[in-house]
Ligand binder design. Structure first.
Ligand SMILES: [Zn+2]
Length: 196
């Protein structure tokens, strides 16, 4: 059976047997956090369990590496929508150990694109049209500094609701242990407010 046919066969039984009912939120949103994390498949179930997050508790935004690079990109837009429109009031950037984005080499990725059938001239055309593959496909050397950088982009954002705690964490994908690398409460308590 093809993969999506399998998924749909399961889905029919899931709906018919009303298995969905166990995932209905028990109470209105409780934790009110927005979490940015990695799409790594090991975190799919582990991360919500490790955070004690249930249906309705949190917004979880995922991408490759939990990296925020663009202040006006897709991830930052989702964070702002969560904070202004969807009842969240704290932000957690959660990277993880052993991430596939550690030390990723953009040139290698482009090499794989060519191996898989993308014509070289397409790569050249995009390159000459201003697509900076080195920047666009870059990962990080060290998850802690990557989390710190992403936290910095969020908390320096001119549209962030003032007083929003922005935290940085790293999760261990083997046992779910969380390390708090940027304490958003402490930052808010110690950052000086300049009245203009
Ligand atoms: Zn990852």
């Amino acid at each position: 059976m093809r993969r999506v046919d399998e998924i749909l066969a399961h889905n029919r039984a899931f709906v018919e047997n009303r298995e969905y009912e166990q995932y209905w939120p028990a109470k209105p949103q409780d934790k009110r956090v927005v979490i940015v994390t990695c799409m790594d498949a090991r975190l799919t179930e582990l991360l919500p369990k490790a955070f004690n997050i249930h249906s309705g508790d949190a917004k979880i935004i995922k991408n490759a590496g939990a990296i925020i690079t663009a202040p006006f990109g897709n991830i930052m837009r989702s964070i702002l929508v969560a904070l202004y429109e969807l009842n969240a009031n704290e932000v957690i950037i959660c990277g993880h150990h052993d991430c596939g984005m550690t030390g990723i080499d953009p040139r290698k990725v482009v090499g794989h694109m060519v191996e898989r059938g993308v014509p070289k001239h397409v790569i050249h055309t995009l390159h000459h049209s201003g697509v900076d593959f080195d920047r666009w496909l870059t990962g990080f050397e060290d998850v802690k500094s990557s989390v710190e950088k992403s936290v910095d982009i969020v908390r320096q954002h001119p549209l962030l609701p003032p007083g929003t705690p922005v935290h940085g964490m790293i999760i261990d994908p083997t046992n779910g242990k969380l390390d708090w690398v940027v304490d958003g409460y402490e930052y808010l308590a110690t950052s000086t407010t300049v009245d203009l």
